[in-house]
Design a protein around this ligand. Sequence first.
Ligand code: C2O
Length: 496
Amino acid sequence: GDLHIINKDLSPDGFKRSTVLAGASANKASFPGPIIKANKGDTFEINVIDELTDPSMDRSTSIHWHGIHQHHTIWADGPTWVTQCPIVPKESFQYKFSVPDQAGTFWYHSHHRAQYCDGLRGAMVVYDPYDPYKKLYDVDDENTIITLSDWYHNTSTFLIQQPGPKIADSTLINGLGRWSNQPNGQLAVVNVEKGKRYRMRLVSLSCDPSYTFAIEGHNMTIIESDGQSTEPLAVDSLQIFAAQRYSFVLHANQPVGNYWIRANPSLGTSGFAGGINSAILRYKGAPNKEPANNATSPNGKLLNETDLRSQRGVPGKPVPGGADLVLNMTIGFIAPDTFTINDVPFVSPTTPVLLQILSGAQKPEDLLPSKSIYPLPRNKTIEINFSLSDPAGAPHPMHLHGHHFSVIKSADSQQYNFKNPVERDTVAVKANTTVAIRFRTDNSGPMFLHCHIEWHLVAGLAVILAEDTGDVRTENPVPPDWNKLCPNWNNTPADI
Ligand code: C2O
């Protein structure tokens, strides 16, 4: 189908601003964007049409389908200057890709500069008709998707130019929230019926903060992390970092009533803790009002990532470094506003890396930006060790395109797990500890690896893994309109 990208004034928290939105038609454009749904095995064909007009923001765009591997279609992955040129105003581009072996909870967002912070973000679900966990829940539909996001009253274009941390003005759940000057605005309501079990799909659309998430009076049995099934694990609350997803089963087994859905942001006070509250879980038959209990902090058992178990093993040998290739990546910070990996800030090339590869540059040393490119051979086990040079550095949710990975050492533990650690596509790297991941190289193309705090990405916290460059051309046939994107771009330098 079509996805129109438009500018529109919106006030999801009571403050009106110009935004960048997606919709099946221009007048259906919304925040969050429309839920994109498919079944395992389906092919997506999404025609993205750039109808942006607001001169105060960037008018180019592109969309990334976060968590989708893009085997044989790496040209449809989305990050501008990595796998494509931006789509310019009045142009369109068709993303076509299939999901033969993936199911779960994903999302999509602009991958052009920090544009998704202006609104271009939404949930995407790939249902598995043969989900082995089906017997654990009764309901799994559009109403069981819960999106969390930070919301800013200024445009990303403006915020990027301001030095220092950018603090969101509000926390939105399913696109609704309250700003401190508008403490009585409408909140999202998630409706349940007593006795039923719901597969809730929690999606962080965040540009920056993590959220400590809980539902008053209910526990959550986690069954999925970032599109990978886990062994069921019951917790009372969890911390979800930017771009991560969880599915959990919620059993509506409490007295009929209203219960707070709490999302406490790691930055700022505009979530539950600020007294502005977050969203409401409402049982059928309960009065149309807010929960009475206003306790500010969720309590009970907080998820420790190390307790999450996948159902698959880990590639490589069960010792640290037991992989074909080990890469160490140290995250650094240069005041006031530059981030580095192994001392190099990522600077976007002016020709997409994929185009460089297809034009004949196959050796990593020929690719730009050369100091940020790490070659990966095909059919090997890769281990990456992340650490932070700054002991006061914020947790960085590191995301790898084209793969999911096993978290053999989480920031939540000193121990390695080589047997059945959680698998995901975005992992939090924290100060004073190492986080180690493993995956097999079974894809080909330039894979972006970056911090999913958008302000850090635009400040350099990224590298590119050039995977199996020799096979990119034969493995990823590009459609003619992919080729057309770049000359158009060069003709409109005003949109840089
Ligand atoms: Cu969801 Cu490169 O990002």
